[in-house]
Design a protein around this ligand. Structure first.
Ligand code: NAD
Ligand code: UPG
Length: 468
């Protein structure tokens, strides 16, 4: 069989860019991305490409090319399901905030709603592709819902996890390290897998398309994120030893990364990993391990998250200690709020935790981020429910001009590694700050020799010059 018409449920950070690339690379396939969020769909359809709901370098050009030709964004979920031969489920699977598994397990309510809707609407056989990140064995739950509530049509469930990283989504989609497709090891299952392999083979070398059984595919996604996050927590653990001993974490990273068994990537020490995936997926893995009674396995992986929490907290503690043990009423400017550069996504950003800790100490924070809106920043803080929202607004300001943001500040904290921060006129910034002028570089982004020569007091994660 050949895939001719796709419906993708979920027009978020994964659904939008992934489907845009499929549409661009497969002009003969009709791709309709649907969502219940009307504002999001309207933004995807906006004539002004700078208003797309997801900021990713290169995305606007691809949307411009394919939208209206074979790429469509719609809120009519039923119609898109009905028309498609293949349905991707790309809805959110956040950590549960209630009931059994609260704070650990993945909340699968959106997945189940999709499965029930597909079952109700589908009048012909369909391939259903899990694009969302899911606990291992979810495919059997989806299949059971489809088979028990459907109209007697046949469904093949495939697992096709997405490995794109935000900020480089388009690059990752155009040249993926691998595409992973898991399916049932039956003649029908193999046929469905082959159809999806052929779709990706329109632009991905077949050697990079891997097929496995469905459980291996589901588990590989959680495993990949656990390994990646573990590297960040491991180097962050070493950063604290570096600060105590006078070693330099960048030198340590380079030295170990040159060992071809370790490799150089994902060894940058930081204020802590953020993003919608790492913490959620590891906690999900921990929950799965616990549910099988594998307590040692669960405890092992949980440490990755605990280490990350420690890294974020020790960054804010260091700011407080260095500013003479009180930040009350002091202006601290945050450069960056996004969880990494080149994205407007702030989910689980380290900036949120650091801000919350400092606001508990009554600091006055001013935030500048080139892509994150004021509304988003306040909504991130309000979500924590740590204080009255009015107090957040009284203590935290969002500024659109970075130089104004830093004027009269006691300290600057670098929370996101946006390239533009490196090009600022740091002498001018120093001249307009209160003295001593402190910089806390949570991303090891700036040239600290230059900053010190201007007169700044510098703290850099993982360098043995911290004021203890
Ligand atoms: N963000 C990433 O970088 C990334 C990368 C790889 C995998 N993933 C995984 O992909 C999945 C989606 O992540 P995301 O970041 O795109 O999430 P997102 O929150 O940006 O988007 C999900 C969208 O699904 C919509 N939705 C939810 N239920 C729906 C329903 N019943 N019908 C129609 N629309 C519905 C929501 O309105 C939302 O717009 C998650 O499982 C995530 O773990 C994310
Ligand atoms: O050496 C490093 C690398 C990353 N980070 C931080 O780790 C977080 C995650 O970064 P990254 O993995 O680049 O971005 P994500 O978009 O979260 O992508 C991850 O999560 C996605 C969702 O599952 C997966 O698809 C990707 O493969 C996986 O890299 C960010 O806060 C980074 O700043 C570091 O601190 N040091």
């Amino acid at each position: 069989m050949k895939i001719k018409s796709i419906c993708c449920i979920g027009a978020g950070y994964v659904g939008g860019p992934t489907m845009a690339v499929i549409a661009q690379k497969c002009p003969n396939v009709k791709v309709t991305v649907v969502d219940i969020n009307e504002a999001r769909i309207a933004a995807w359809n906006n004539e002004d490409l700078s208003k797309l709901p997801v900021y990713e370098p290169g995305l606007d050009a691809i949307v411009k090319d394919a939208r209206g030709r074979n790429l469509f964004f719609s809120t009519n979920v039923d119609a898109a399901i009905d028309e498609a031969d293949t349905i991707f489920i790309s809805v959110n699977t956040p950590t549960k905030t209630y009931g059994k598994g609260k704070g650990m397990a993945a909340d699968l309510k959106y997945i189940e709603l999709c499965a029930r809707q597909i079952a109700r609407v589908a009048k012909e056989d369909k391939i259903v592709v899990e694009k969302s990140t899911l606990p291992v064995r979810t495919a059997s739950a989806i299949k059971s819902i489809l088979d028990n509530t459907g109209n007697g049509v046949q469904f093949q469930i495939l697992s096709n996890p997405e490995f794109l990283a935000e900020g480089t989504a388009i690059e990752d989609l155009l040249k993926p390290d691998r595409v992973l497709i898991g399916g049932e090891m039956t003649a029908e299952g193999e046929k469905a897998m082959q159809a999806l392999v052929d779709l990706y083979a329109s632009w991905v070398n077949r050697d990079h398309i891997l097929t496995t059984n469905v459980w291996s595919s589901e588990l590989s996604k959680l495993t990949a994120n656990a390994f990646l996050a573990q590297r960040v927590s491991s180097i962050n653990a070493m950063s604290e030893i570096c600060e105590k001993t006078g070693a330099n974490v960048a030198e340590v990273s380079k030295a170990i990364g040159m060992d071809s068994r370790i490799g150089p990537k994902f060894l940058s020490s930081s204020v802590g990993f953020g993003g919608s995936c790492f913490q959620k997926d590891i906690l999900n893995l921990v929950y799965i391990a616990k549910s099988y009674g594998l307590d040692e396995v669960a405890n092992y992986w949980e440490q990755v998250v605990l280490m990350n929490n420690h890294q974020k907290n020790r960054f804010s503690d260091n700011i407080i200690n260095t500013l003479y043990n009180t930040v009350s009423g002091k202006k601290i400017t945050f450069l960056g709020w996004a969880f990494k550069k080149d994205t407007n996504d702030t989910r689980e950003s380290a900036a949120i935790t650091v801000a919350d800790n400092l606001l508990n100490e009554h600091a006055k924070i001013t935030v500048y981020d080139p892509k994150v809106s004021e509304e988003q920043i306040f909504s991130d803080l309000e979500y924590l429910n740590s204080r009255d929202p009015k107090q957040n607004r009284a203590l935290l300001k969002v500024e659109k001009d970075p130089y104004l943001a830093m004027k009269d500040a006691h300290a600057i904290a670098i929370l996101t590694e946006w390239d533009e921060f490196k090009a600022y006129n740091w002498q001018k910034i120093y001249d307009h700050m209160l003295k001593p002028a402190f910089i806390f570089d949570g991303r090891r982004l700036l040239d600290h020799e230059m900053l010190k020569s201007i007169g700044f007091e510098c703290y850099e994660i993982g360098t043995g010059n911290a004021s203890q």
